[in-house]
Design a protein around this ligand. Structure first.
Ligand SMILES: Nc1ncnc2c1ncn2[C@@H]1O[C@H](COP(=O)(O)OP(=O)(O)OP(=O)(O)O)[C@@H](O)[C@H]1O
Length: 326
């Protein structure tokens, strides 16, 4: 058994329902020419994702993120453990009807237009033409693609960012309750990443549960309710960002001048180090700065106390002696 730090039991809502649950999931691939070698890519993975959550699965290359996603989607069979999606065992047809998926390197039919591609995807779910006529324009709006372009332009003429948005529309064609995105921001420029983030946030506001893999930790930090870190097939920690990193509105301050008595109500754990006051800010930064001007003191620095997700991520890997990806 690997040791998983379950950092938080705080759910999006206290009575939230588990939508994804796994118990000791594991996968050993058979490799080599004679398939006589074994590669353990997932180990004893137990986690839960709750209704309406945006859940980010992080990990270095080769950590086993895609393997876990593919097991949940019924594409890869686990060699150990079990999992339940939307209250039913994975792989069931009824479950697949309610799940959306955008693979990491999605294949698009170059000579179809976006509209034709979405019609094709809708056909796989046997959606009626009436529903298709309503849903395709809605999805194009959601992902920010122009309807005329979607009807005319073949996918081979689309940029990477536009293709990714078509891929997201495809993943939503069946109006799923649960959506899996494998590296949705990969290879996108800052604007493309912003657009994908906005789409994910808009899906969240519709109450959908989103499970995605990512290397882009700044994006994860902005949109996820909870995260898990996977490395070399082992789950290292699961928890909410606030419980993992601390509150985002806590600041460390350094002040020059003023007196300890005047500053004490504002600075928790105040200490004098080399003629300046150090500690944690109590209260609103704007009000604090206004108060400083009254006490003849000068603010030298005001920094968020919480570490970035990237710092935490690197630290977690380092603690376990993982210094390179696979
Ligand atoms: N079909 C397969 N057959 C054999 N080995 C595989 C197969 N798929 C994945 N692996 C191996 O399993 C391990 C985990 O791979 P996986 O793709 O799940 O990692 P990942 O975390 O998604 O990586 P990345 O971030 O690079 O996409 C890797 O060592 C990979 O080479």
């Amino acid at each position: 058994m690997n040791s998983v730090t379950e950092i938080s039991k705080n759910l999006t809502t206290p009575e939230a329902m588990p939508i994804v649950q796994t118990w000791n999931l594991g996968k050993v691939y058979r490799t080599g020419f004679w398939l006589n070698q074994q590669l353990r890519s997932l180990n004893d993975c137990s986690l839960s994702v709750y209704q309406g959550e945006t859940f980010g699965l992080l990990g270095p290359n080769g950590a086993g993120k895609t393997t876990l996603l593919k097991i949940l989607l019924g594409i890869v069979r686990p060699t150990q453990g079990r999992a339940v999606l939307l209250g039913q065992p994975i792989g069931r047809q009824e479950v697949k009807q309610k799940v959306g998926y955008l693979p990491e390197n999605a294949y698009f039919y170059d000579y179809l237009t976006a509209w034709e591609f979405l019609e094709f995807a809708a056909g796989l779910f046997q959606l009626s033409t009436t529903i298709q006529k309503q849903r395709i324009p809605q999805l194009l709006d959601l992902v920010g693609l122009d309807q005329k372009t979607a009807r005319k332009k073949q996918l081979r003429q689309y940029s990477k960012g536009m293709l990714q948005r078509v891929g997201m529309a495809q993943a939503l064609i069946n109006d799923p309750d649960l959506v899996f995105f494998d590296e949705p921001m990969s290879g996108l420029d800052p604007l493309g990443r912003y657009q994908v983030r906005e789409i994910i946030l808009s899906l969240k506001s519709q109450g959908k549960t989103i499970f995605f893999n990512s290397h882009v930790l700044t994006d994860v930090e902005q949109i996820c309710d909870r995260i898990a870190i996977l490395a070399r097939g082992n789950l290292l920690c699961v928890g909410s960002l606030e419980d993992i990193l601390g509150r985002s509105d806590v600041y460390q301050v350094i002040v020059k001048g003023g007196t300890q008595e005047a500053l004490e109500p504002w600075i928790l754990g105040i200490k004098n180090i080399e003629n300046s006051w150090h500690g944690q800010l109590e209260g609103d930064p704007q009000e604090f700065m206004a108060a400083l001007s009254q006490m003849d003191a000068q603010l030298l620095s005001l920094n968020r106390a919480r570490a970035s997700l990237e710092e935490y991520f690197i630290e977690q890997l380092r603690e376990r002696g993982i210094t390179s990806s696979q």
